[in-house]
Design a protein around this ligand. Structure first.
Ligand code: CA
Length: 472
């Protein structure tokens, strides 16, 4: 499979002057002529719409596009929404697609040489942008810019891509989201509460993992580190606390003991705030963590697929269940740098990111398994890709969801060539974030992926191979 990066500039025909002011979101992008960005002498001027409305994406059937900037209460950065509408013969408009990306930053890989000699920073400065945080050691960076002008992001992407010899690629910082699905209605009656109270049923549900007998799940994975790349973990939960990974090089004293850029990263990080507090404010990550490795045989709560494992909390999604690809990459790199063997990813998006691909390729080269939810759109991933699940890397395991009767969950994506395995994902009881003794039921390929991540933990314990996928 070959991916191409679409950083080209796309203009929608006949975008009316007032289109941006029709936005109904919290903050409207004011319409004003875009500032001319300095271009290299050899470059052609960029095409401009007379209205000044410019989008990064295009929808082939759209008749109008709208760019809106919103500031979510749960995130420190604004989100840029590109909405594509189609008018029918009566002139009535229908929303066809919404693309979400961070409003005030993008990602770019620069030549390390040009980074070192300051050329890149100078060029960015001339464009009104600045070099942001480093995402890997090979030149991948965040680029920060002022988001008010809707033309700035597409202009920067186009300008950066033309900085020959300096920029290797530039792309939007897409928003990705958790892959949780509404629970099956039949469990939303009283039976749910019975399950929730006893907890025993959750253990039984875990025992429905087809792979369980083959992998002899009743064993521990005490030396195995599984990173939960998600909304965080409730670090004080009674059924998780004993299985949390502990950073051997950090001391909880308000300083960055190990000099890795994160203060007091004892159990992991929060990439949104760039500190060592990955406590869960959503619940999704805590649930996934419990499925991977809630403490087994301790007489309380539920039991994870791996009874004894080290859970690394890697938070990049907020209380709203969404996060930036760049922050996911920070989590992935942290996992690689700190010895994670498996990274569980119950999230996704529909736009290819070269930066994410590169980061997961780093994971491959470090021998790290990437377990990824395949998506809840009842669609065929052979046709419509979900990232990171669909990325063509040998260390990525794409997971579909099954029900208690071993059928494919009605929401689950599938794909002969693009989905590797199915695991329980409907009505899964696991640890909740509401209290230290909370247990809740959730559904989704989000819940299936951690079953596989936990099972790989067992395999890792038993088979010390570089590539666990081949062991499977
Ligand atoms: Ca630290």
């Amino acid at each position: 499979m070959i991916f191409t990066l679409a950083t080209g500039l796309w203009l929608l025909n006949q975008a009316p002057d007032d289109s941006v002011t029709e936005a109904t979101q919290e903050i409207q992008v004011p319409h004003k002529p875009a500032q001319a960005l300095p271009l290299l002498a050899s470059e052609q001027p960029l095409p401009r719409a007379s209205s000044g409305l410019i989008t990064v994406h295009a929808h082939p059937a759209a008749t109008r596009a709208e760019v809106t900037l919103v500031q979510p209460a749960d995130l420190p950065y604004p989100i840029r929404l590109e909405k594509f509408y189609r008018a029918d013969s009566n002139g009535d408009e229908q929303l066809m697609e919404t693309v979400e990306m961070v409003g005030n930053r993008l990602m770019a890989r620069f030549s390390p040489v040009k980074l070192a000699d300051g050329t890149v920073e100078t060029a960015l400065s001339a464009m009104g942008a600045e070099l942001g945080r480093q995402l890997d050691t090979r030149g991948l960076h965040v680029v920060n810019f002022s988001p008010e002008d809707p033309a700035t992001l597409p202009m920067l992407l186009a300008s950066l891509s033309e900085l020959s010899g300096q920029t290797i690629f530039a792309e939007p910082d897409y928003i990705v989201r958790i892959l949780e699905s509404p629970n099956d209605p039949r469990y939303l009656d009283g039976s749910l509460w019975g399950l929730r109270n006893t907890g025993q049923q959750g253990g039984m549900a875990g025992a429905d993992v087809n792979a369980q007998s083959a992998w002899e799940v009743r064993s521990d994975a005490a030396t195995v580190i599984v990173g939960i790349v998600d909304t965080g973990i409730r670090l004080t939960h009674e059924d998780l606390v004993a299985n949390l990974w502990v950073n051997p090089n950090e001391i909880s004293d308000g300083t960055d003991t190990d000099g890795n850029g994160f203060v007091d990263d004892i159990h992991g990080i929060n990439a949104i705030t760039m500190n060592g507090n990955p406590n869960d404010d959503h619940g999704h990550g805590t649930h996934c963590a419990g499925t991977v490795g809630a403490v087994g045989d301790n007489g309380i709560g539920v039991v994870g697929v791996a009874w004894n494992v080290q859970l690394m909390a890697l938070k990049f999604m907020s209380s709203g269940g969404g996060g930036a690809t760049s922050d996911a990459i920070t989590c992935i790199q942290y996992g690689i740098d700190n010895g994670a063997h498996i990274l569980s990813n119950s999230w996704g998006g529909t736009f290819f990111s070269q930066a994410l691909y590169d980061s997961l390729k780093d994971a491959l080269e470090a021998g790290v398994i990437i377990v990824a939810a395949s998506g809840n759109f009842t669609s065929n991933n052979d046709i419509t890709s979900i990232f990171p699940a669909s990325l063509p890397l040998d260390n990525i395991v794409s997971v579909a969801s099954t029900t208690r009767t071993d059928a494919l969950s009605n929401f689950s994506n599938f794909g002969q060539g693009s989905v590797e395995i199915a695991a329980p994902g409907s009505d899964i009881l696991s640890t909740g974030f509401e209290s230290d003794s909370s247990y809740v039921i959730k559904s989704g390929t989000s819940m299936a992926a951690p079953h596989v991540a936990g099972a790989f933990g067992i395999v890792k314990r038993r088979v010390s191979g570089r590539y666990l996928v081949s062991a499977y």
